[in-house]
Write a protein that binds this ligand. Structure first.
Ligand SMILES: Nc1nc2c(ncn2[C@@H]2O[C@H](COP(=O)(O)OP(=O)(O)O)[C@@H](O)[C@H]2O)c(=O)[nH]1
Ligand SMILES: [Mg+2]
Length: 391
């Protein structure tokens, strides 16, 4: 472990020493690729017997329809928030490192069961193997959404440090597009740092021969052929077609080659707003992805739940048994990415598909009331579905 960390340090030092310009771009790209590979080894060391637990997260059984992780420095109020939201007891104290294990709690919200994880305080240097950082991050990767809890007194420095930790381990964030369209906010206009990221829009196709080819539909200012070749050679890939559809960086290309990056929605819950002024609060309230709260005084916890719901982007499907009313109390919860009739059937019973003949659908995905559909039909939130079986 220490040798991996030493190597990481050496590369980081070398990157810091290297001036950024056209002539050094490919060298920096190569260093970034080396760094990405080392960080991957740190998270999931190549297993050669012994020390196997190194890359593992906390042993918490997944339950419910979705998993949300609370991440943040010690004493920002994660345990208080879990207690208030779920009624689950997680020790609260004004000194650091009280929560040494991961405490799960469950909220039922709009018919969905959402598992909330109180992860132990992340500390600076987690990505380099310090403290419980690696465990925290391994577990964070299993979540559907992350809430980074920040202290209202010093939100920005904490945010940057935590982001560095998470990104170092391959957790990136996605833009919640409908959120921005509906609120009409411009992400980059309001923030100095781009928080939520979309998966890179570039394709990387491996081939057997023909060398490295780079095409670009836009003017590429970060990546030139030399840089791309340097990065590819680090991954021992000598034949590939790469197409850029936006001005991608070396990091974006490495993300795509590594293929292990997770793009996860993320909410910044700024806690303890009872300790700041109204003027400060107004600034925080305008930042996209931010949700100001006071866990202790239970201020705006509804607002936070609403935002969690929006970011999880779940689809509720009400089942309607034949000749009966739909069951509106207990929806089947699907993710926005897997919400076909087939996904719905699998969730109800593993043998359901064998008996499946067609489905009747009422709701916004249906053209008629009801519409007769096959298994590939995409369902929408609050649809009502009746499965008709083969006799
Ligand atoms: N003023 C204020 N204090 C809070 C709030 N939420 C939590 N705290 C206090 O912050 C301290 C740390 O809280 P805790 O939940 O243990 O933080 P954790 O280490 O992130 O789990 C405790 O003394 C809490 O009572 C809040 O909204 N306002
Ligand atoms: Mg705690």
């Amino acid at each position: 472990m220490s040798t991996i960390m030493q190597k990481i340090k050496e590369i980081e030092d070398e990157m810091a020493r290297t001036q950024k310009n056209k002539a050094t771009a490919h060298h920096l790209g190569l260093l970034k690729a080396k760094l990405a590979k080392l960080r991957r080894d740190l998270l999931a060391p190549p297993t050669k017997g012994g020390g196997a637990a190194a890359g593992e997260g906390f042993d918490v059984t997944k339950s419910g329809d979705s998993r949300v992780g609370l991440v943040g420095f010690p004493s920002v109020g994660k345990s208080t928030l879990l207690n208030k939201l779920t009624g689950t007891f997680s020790e609260v104290a004004s000194y650091e490192f009280t929560t040494l294990t991961c405490i799960p709690g469950v909220i039922t919200y709009r018919g969905a069961k959402i598992q909330l994880l109180d992860l132990p305080g992340i500390i600076e240097g987690a990505k380099d193997g310090k403290g419980r950082g690696r465990q925290v991050i391994s577990t964070a990767r299993t979540c559907n959404c992350i809430i980074i809890v920040l202290d209202a007194i010093k939100p920005i420095t904490h945010k940057r440090l935590i982001e560095k930790e998470l990104e170092g381990f391959g957790i990136r964030y996605i833009i919640i597009t409908h959120f921005f369209i509906s609120s009409g906010r411009n992400t980059d206009g309001l923030m100095r740092y781009r928080l939520n990221k979309e998966p890179p829009n570039l394709t990387f196709r491996k081939k057997d021969k023909g060398g490295i080819n780079l095409t670009s539909t836009v003017t590429a200012t970060h990546l030139d052929l030399d840089t791309v070749k340097a990065i590819c050679s680090e991954y021992r890939m000598h034949n590939a077609d790469i197409t850029l559809r936006y001005d991608a960086t070396a990091d974006d290309l490495i993300d795509v080659i590594e293929g292990s990056r997770i793009y996860m929605p993320c909410i910044y819950a700024v806690n303890k707003i009872d300790q700041i002024t109204l003027e400060e609060l107004e600034i925080l309230d305008k930042l996209p992805h931010y949700c100001p709260i006071s866990a202790h005084l239970e201020w705006n916890l509804d607002g936070l739940l609403d935002k969690i719901w929006e970011y999880l982007d779940l689809t509720r499907i009400y089942t309607k048994p034949k000749a009966m009313n739909p069951d509106y109390d207990d929806p089947v919860i699907l993710s926005s990415k897997k919400r076909t009739v087939e996904d719905f059937c699998i969730r109800i019973h593993k043998d359901m598909l064998k008996q499946f003949k067609y489905a009747l659908v009422w709701g916004s995905s249906a053209k008629h009331k009801p519409q007769r559909v096959g298994r590939e039909h995409e369902l929408e939130d609050e649809d009502v579905v009746q499965i008709v079986k083969k006799i």
